[in-house]
Design a protein around this ligand. Structure first.
Ligand SMILES: Cc1ncc(COP(=O)(O)O)c(C=O)c1O
Length: 435
């Protein structure tokens, strides 16, 4: 899987001086995108080196205006803004279909922005985790994000099974940090007949490993399993092709790489082959009902789901919470996922190469070196007695990353707003902090 003739992560030649990073920035066709974001200040008042977009993305400059627009319509039009507003509230969610579909490689009818990630995961499991007879298990990665774990364990119990029996965990091999692709596929083959649902992330939150979603979906479907993806760390980070990959569903949040703000409204994908299936059990609410009969509920008490992902909505769209997504998705459309990915491979490859040149004896990158097996995040294990102190030094020096026990520092140079110079500054600080 390694890229021939290239260094770490596909970056061919790396000079460690500041001028080299500055020249890379000058040649970056996306460098203007950084001006579209509000960069938080570091302790010295200068913009911090913000490498935490894997946790909370930065605020686009257009966000305030997007919210203001809805506040203004509320003040001037009140209830009439549902139909007469600049962006009518009644159909507010519909504006996200097209940009959302471009973002995750789907058809517009397959995408809806609603709720939050864990809530959507539960809604999807109501429809796509249907244990029956010998087929009752959920197969997932061993180190899944805690909320996914809680959600899965509670669903399994809800259906009357014991998590220790009904959850199959795929683990990295002894002494390894990442999963081997062949081990995932082998596990699906081995447990497929007793598995009701295969649930995998697009990118692992801890190690930054990107998975081959098409192969996982194909292997799962060959075994007759339903398959779903948690794309919290993949949406806006990697180009995706959800429709072609063939998952039954996917869920993601919008506060990381999508820069839509803390607790932002999340995304949900339901494959077209399921979108019209009215026999699928689901939890219903009026916004999932066919709009033709939505307001006749006292006359027609039976829920009639609208076709597509919209049919899983419960409530009317939270307009003020959705507004930041308009500003954020416009930036993705402007930059384009293909260009963003090209910069991301260079930027993360540059950072990995710098780490190798300057800190290889003190810092292990546990994220795969092959750029095809990672997004922009690098997870670093610092060989230090007190790795948290290294992280605290980074904070004092104006580098914002995050720290996950036991001793992993995660940094994500985000192609929309990070520069090569950010990566250079980070490695300089890390180099000093680990000596
Ligand atoms: C992989 C993954 N799954 C689930 C969640 C939980 O998301 P939420 O709190 O939006 O439900 C997160 C949050 O960071 C996450 O990274």
């Amino acid at each position: 899987m390694s890229e021939q003739g290239q260094g770490r992560g596909g970056f061919p030649i790396i000079e460690t001086d500041e001028g080299f990073a500055q020249r890379l920035d000058e040649r970056d066709p996306l460098r203007e995108m950084r001006n579209e974001f509000l960069l938080p200040p570091g302790p010295d008042g200068e913009p911090a080196v913000y490498l935490c977009g894997n946790s909370l993305g930065l605020q686009p400059r257009g966000t305030a205006a997007a919210i203001e627009q809805e506040l203004e319509d509320w003040s001037k039009l009140a209830v009439d803004a549902h139909f007469d507003g600049a962006n009518p509230w009644y159909s507010y969610h519909e504006a996200f279909r097209e940009p959302g579909a471009r973002l995750v490689g789907a058809e517009p009818r397959e995408v809806v922005m609603m709720n939050s990630l864990t809530a959507n995961l539960h809604l999807m499991m109501v429809s796509f985790y249907r244990p029956e007879g010998d087929r009752y298990k959920i197969l997932m990665e061993a180190d899944a994000f805690p909320s996914d774990n809680y959600a899965v364990r509670s669903q399994v119990r809800f259906h009357g099974y014991e998590p220790d029996d009904a959850i199959v965990l795929v683990r990295p091999r002894e002494g390894e940090e990442c999963l081997r692709h062949e081990d995932i596929l082998e596990s699906i083959d081995k447990h497929g007949r007793e598995t009701a649902l295969v649930l995998f992330p697009g990118v692992g939150y801890y190690n930054g490993q990107a998975y081959d979603l098409a192969a996982i979906a194909a292997a799962a479907r060959k075994q007759g399993c339903r398959v779903g993806f948690d794309l919290a760390h993949a949406a806006g980070n990697l180009p995706l092709s959800l429709h072609d990959d063939g998952a039954d569903f996917a869920v993601w949040c919008s506060y990381k790489y999508l820069n839509a703000g803390p607790g932002a409204v999340a995304g949900c994908f339901v494959h077209a082959r399921n979108g019209g299936d009215k026999t699928l059990p689901r939890f219903a609410g009026w916004w999932g009902n066919d709009p033709k009969t939505r307001f006749r509920m006292h006359l027609e008490e039976e829920f009639v789901p609208v076709e597509g992902a919209d049919g899983w909505q419960l409530s009317n769209p939270p307009v003020l919470a959705l507004a930041p997504l308009r500003a954020s998705l416009a930036l993705f459309d402007r930059a384009g996922m293909t260009s963003l990915r090209a910069k991301s491979v260079s930027l993360t490859g540059y950072m990995a190469g710098m780490l190798e040149k300057l800190c290889a004896d003190r810092v292990d990158v546990i994220t795969p070196a092959d750029s095809r097996q990672r997004g922009c995040q690098l997870s670093l294990k610092v060989r230090h007695e007190r790795p948290r102190e290294v992280f605290e030094t980074l904070q004092r020096e104006g580098v914002v990353g995050d720290y996950r026990e036991p001793g992993v520092i995660r940094v994500a140079p985000v192609p929309l707003y990070n520069s090569f110079h950010d990566a250079w500054r980070f490695v300089q600080v890390l180099d000093r902090a680990t000596r």
